[in-house]
Design a protein around this ligand. Sequence first.
Ligand code: GLV
Ligand code: GLV
Length: 380
Amino acid sequence: MTFHEWITHNPGGKKRVIVTKCLPGAAWLEALAGAGCRVDVCDWDETLSRDEITRAIGERCDGAIGQLTERWDAALLGVLKGAGGRAYGNYAVGYDNVDVDAATALGIAVGNTPGVLTETTAELAVALTFAAARRVVESSRFLTEGRFTGWLPSLFLGERLWRETLGVVGAGRIGTMYARMLVEGFKMDLVYYDRHVNDQLEAFVREYGAFLAGRGEEAVKCRRAASLEELLREADVVSLHATLDESTSHLIDATRLAQMKKNAILVNSSRGALIDEQALVEHCRRHPTFHAALDVFEHEPWLTPGLVDLPNIVGLPHLGSATRWTREAMATLAASNVVAVLNGWPVWTSPDVLPFLAPEPPNAAPSIVNPAALGSISAT
Ligand code: GLV
Ligand code: GLV
């Protein structure tokens, strides 16, 4: 790769920030330029290799905004540090691609972009859920291939979700929002599995159930499962919203798939490696009434052979956060994190990051996952 694919903005800036992909919107660039940064942006759709990023960092680089497709491991963070880098902003809420411990040891603050993907990603998980339940993709393909010769009583029968049981694995922001959408919209009973009790979610379902009961309708129920197995046995839909780490890798393997209902729907909009993809392919092959709807893949963009050929698996190319509003907001948060660290500003302690999207954003870093890396300058 030559340097030609990099576009320089605000060339006179005193600090230098590299951005490994073009980001949507304009606010992020204005924030960086406004903070006196020269900004070098890579205008290339291929995933950059470690060598290409190393070359882009060069001799002087104060901060970087990178992608979930890049491995920001100890070696690459070391290169950034060697060039004077103090901030790395991940353009994602998830940061399993970053060696955060190494960053902390090097004194590099790592930012992420929570709080602006919640509804957008939950909406996509809902879309995936219904795509699987009503076999939207395989039946649409049937139509476009010219095979529709007339309405039939048994053509593409799917699953009704109304008042069935929803299983949510990981009740963080996105899992909670997804649960609320399906409980409210389709009156599903909720079983969730999470290390922590989610009081707010439980209260929401309880109060919503009371609202329904007050109207003479059956209430909805919510329960925290004592074990993942319990949730898998009971749920008609199982949606994964856990973060990926060593403890959750292959959380859903052949044994766990076998514990699910034969006609269950498995949705994953979190990280691909939560599922043993080979085991899923084998399970879906043996159980045609089981459906999986995946936005993320174990070795993406590479897909386990057989996966896309199976009619009972629908896949999307990792689009969970792909709305214009969210992707522009993520860019603003990623830039705000870097600007704040370079300016020595403190970390924002509220989960509400919307003030950062306003015309006069706070002088703070919206989300730093290792505030300890900032040392005494801005620890709050
Ligand atoms: C997307 O997958 C993200 O983590 O933001
Ligand atoms: C995402 O923001 C989550 O915490 O689930």
